[in-house]
Design a protein around this ligand. Sequence first.
Ligand code: ATP
Length: 353
Amino acid sequence: MHCLSSAWVHFRNLEPRRTEWSLGLNLLIGANGSGKTNILEALHLLGGWGPFQGSRALADLLSWQASERTSRVEGRFGGEETLRVEAQIRSRIVLRLDGRATRASDVRARLPLLAFQPADLALVEGSPSTRRLFLDRLCALLFPLYALRLHEYRRALRQRVCLLRQRRDPSLTTKLLIPLGGWLWSARSSAVELLRLGLDRTGDLLPDALDVTFHRGGSQGVDEPERDLAEGLRFTADRERSAARVFVGPQRDDMALRSRGREASVVFSRGHRRRVAVALMLGAAWAVERRLRRKPVLLLDEVTAELDEEGRDRTFAVLQASSWQVFAATAGGVAYEWPGAVWMIRQGEVTER
Ligand SMILES: Nc1ncnc2c1ncn2[C@@H]1O[C@H](COP(=O)(O)OP(=O)(O)OP(=O)(O)O)[C@@H](O)[C@H]1O
């Protein structure tokens, strides 16, 4: 899919104009604070993902200068199908697809959009939670029920911790956690398999061989996910009670990254770790295209900034070969040749260079 045009009213600092985007690579250039990230965030909303900072940041989306209490973002999309998506933002976001109110998960399935932010560059050396978040976003695109199941699992987990803290019997939540956690483990494991295939499409962007494996948190080594989780909960029951914490389950998963038998975070230099992170992002986009049979739209905020010339050239080569639509943002000027359209952002106003 690709965004043909977008428009916004009372959205952060953005001037209310319609912009007709290039169907290939779009580079947004502007000084710090000019509104580049706000543009990416507006597209993020249209893709059914909500604000970058989560739903608690909803109030901040409305322009501080607005006299009204609603902001609106609209986009026209083409490619595998033609869609008009509208997001109306007040105390919550109402999404409309071709004029009809719809769920965010439906928009995500029809308009796959992947956003990568500077924090994703720490995918290799960051904590397991960084990689879990990356996997969660990928899974939410690959499996329509994923976001709902994850939400239900987290709720059951909170209930269990509450019961443990109150020194009450947590077994009621076991019945909820096992099927939900087992399902999440299967989904994440399938996503990592698809990601591995996707990485094969990133050519020589990876600086060296990379093994990606999914690790279930607190696994007892049982093949079948639900039985594995049940075993784990049984095995850690005493520790759970004394620490009032849950030691087994998707909340403790990780995606291990190794190169020739060694930890990727140790083998690769900082610059090469950034290349691996970008390769993982692009591998994820291939995984999405393969499963959904739709080209994803990519939002890249400053992700090529830390790459050297070779890393950048190889990233551009993958992007051009994929023919995905890309919105990349970068502060200041660019000292390299950008193989696509360039847009200047000044105080919330977009003009083509
Ligand atoms: N609700 C709002 N109303 C008006 N302006 C806002 C609102 N929320 C944020 N801003 C302003 O939007 C400006 C642009 O923010 P944005 O994060 O898009 O900048 P950027 O171009 O990505 O900058 P950087 O290169 O530093 O990342 C900020 O200066 C901020 O003060």
